[in-house]
Design a protein around this ligand. Structure first.
Ligand code: ADP
Ligand code: MG
Length: 107
């Protein structure tokens, strides 16, 4: 569930990708990419997600520009994962269900 818009000619960001791998380690962790718009943050995140997808049960790409976007993304993901019915109209239901699922997920 990650956008497939990795740059066609992605130039190596080995040092940044290594730093992310160290941050996450084998027990998970949090990393924040900061910098001016256009500097390549999204591309590094996409490359990391693609390179390490087999280490995780699921990789979610959450759109966070607004509260409703977050709810929508969670709700869509909950449906894709089969956690709630496709016909579920209540976004909060999908949000709560996915959050609970993530808290109990192994990887
Ligand atoms: N490593 C890279 N290799 C090739 N193109 C890149 C790379 N990083 C960024 N770009 C180009 O620059 C654009 C902006 O990068 P992006 O990751 O969206 O920046 P940010 O998220 O920091 O605003 C991308 O759409 C892509 O065309
Ligand atoms: Mg970006």
């Amino acid at each position: 569930m990650v956008p497939s818009s990795l740059a066609l000619h992605f130039f190596d960001r080995e040092s940044e990708l290594d730093q992310l791998a160290k941050k996450f380690g084998s027990h998970g962790g949090v990393a924040v990419l900061v910098g001016l718009g256009g500097i390549g943050k999204t591309q590094v995140a996409l490359a990391y997600a693609h390179n390490h997808k087999y280490e995780y049960d699921v990789v979610l790409w959450i759109t966070c520009h607004s509260e409703s976007a977050i709810l929508q993304t969670f709700s869509d993901a909950a449906k894709t994962l089969g956690l709630v019915a496709n016909s579920e109209q209540n976004q909060c239901e999908g949000y709560e269900t996915l959050l609970h699922w993530m808290q109990n997920s192994r990887k």
